[in-house]
Design a protein around this ligand. Structure first.
Ligand code: PMV
Length: 321
């Protein structure tokens, strides 16, 4: 039986993080330069039902049966088996690798789940359709934090720019003109659950303060969608700046993110904001082909661990058999 490989991209949120947890829309796009990969190989010599899981990036080498009930890789693999009604899979090894930075707002957890679910279901001869892949990855996302909006698993499964509202069918964005985004990584690991949990407590105490912030973000997301679909991405810079100001008011930015946002603007980016859960992780800046390198350099000089230039375009997702 040949090895089965599947992969899934990283992602960034262009507009609407956090407010999306409270029912407002958000826009997210895939980042194809960084990917999670899963390879399943048959082990005909081992007893049926034995599934070995290897994740060298995190030093894991274990039997599925020995992984705890809340281990994300174990949960993802068990969800696939139960979805397909398989109790004794052919003996196999499931190897997971990823170049997506961890806890950085680039969707590493969701990408690992999507790659694993695709590869394992294909290995079992019943490749799952995208909506089931996304639904199972969402179940795993719940382990990372209790109230995920579902945006990460959605954009990563479809590998296309999405307009996403919790509980509603996903809409793919028309993208007549590509645009360039520079991603700056603070290098500070920021678990999504903490930022999301803190904001939830603040909102519960003072809903009248936070609801208008979420509404204002919702209006920015609408304006962002209009600009993208009208082929006017140059309008996105000002909207990023406004979105960042609102995220600061929600208390999810930090000194390092603010410093990188300022550095990007000073280097010529027409706008910048934090991206993802905040408190660390990544920020993004809107750049032009002529100044993207300068913006990336300015971010590194201002303390970014790495800066990545990505072209946002409506391309076909990379498919692997
Ligand atoms: O996974 P991150 O760090 O990009 O955060 C996801 C975005 C949030 O809106 C903060 C949470 C969510 O579930 O949508």
């Amino acid at each position: 039986m040949p090895a089965i490989t599947a992969s899934a991209p990283g992602k960034i949120i262009l507009f609407g993080e956090h407010a999306v947890v409270y029912g407002r829309p958000a826009i997210a796009v895939p980042v194809n330069q960084v990917r999670a990969r899963a390879i399943v190989t048959a082990n005909p010599g081992s007893a049926p039902g034995t599934v070995r899981i290897q994740a060298p990036d995190v030093g894991l080498e274990a039997e599925l049966a020995s992984l705890g009930q809340d281990h994300p890789l174990g949960v993802a693999a068990r969800l696939v088996l139960s979805e397909l009604g398989v109790t004794r899979p052919p003996a196999c090894t499931l190897r997971i690798t990823s170049s997506i930075p961890l806890s950085a707002g680039m969707g590493s957890g969701a990408a690992v789940s999507v790659a694993l679910i695709r590869a394992l279901s294909a290995f079992l001869g019943q490749a799952l359709p995208p909506e089931r892949v996304s639904a199972l990855a969402y179940e795993v996302e719940k382990l990372h934090h209790g109230t995920p909006s579902g945006i990460d698993n959605t954009v990563i499964t479809y590998a296309l720019p999405v307009y996403f509202t919790r509980g509603q069918p996903v809409e793919m964005l028309r993208l007549p003109r590509p645009f360039m985004v520079v991603i700056g990584d603070t290098g500070i690991a920021s678990p999504t659950a903490i930022a999301v949990g803190d904001l939830r407590r603040a909102w519960q105490t003072e809903p009248a303060r936070y609801e208008p912030l979420f509404d204002a973000v919702g209006r920015i997301v609408q304006a962002g969608r209009t600009a993208i679909e009208a082929g006017q991405p140059q309008a996105l810079g000002a909207l990023m700046n406004e979105n960042h100001a609102l995220l600061r008011q929600m208390g999810v930015s930090c000194t390092e993110l603010d410093r990188l946002v300022e550095a990007a603007r000073a280097a010529g980016a027409s706008g910048a904001k934090l991206s993802g859960a905040g408190r660390g992780g990544n920020m993004i800046a809107l750049a032009q082909p002529e100044n993207a390198q300068a913006v990336a350099q300015a971010l590194e000089q201002a303390g970014a661990r790495r800066a990545l230039i990505t072209l946002v375009q409506k391309d076909e997702p990379a498919r692997e058999g």
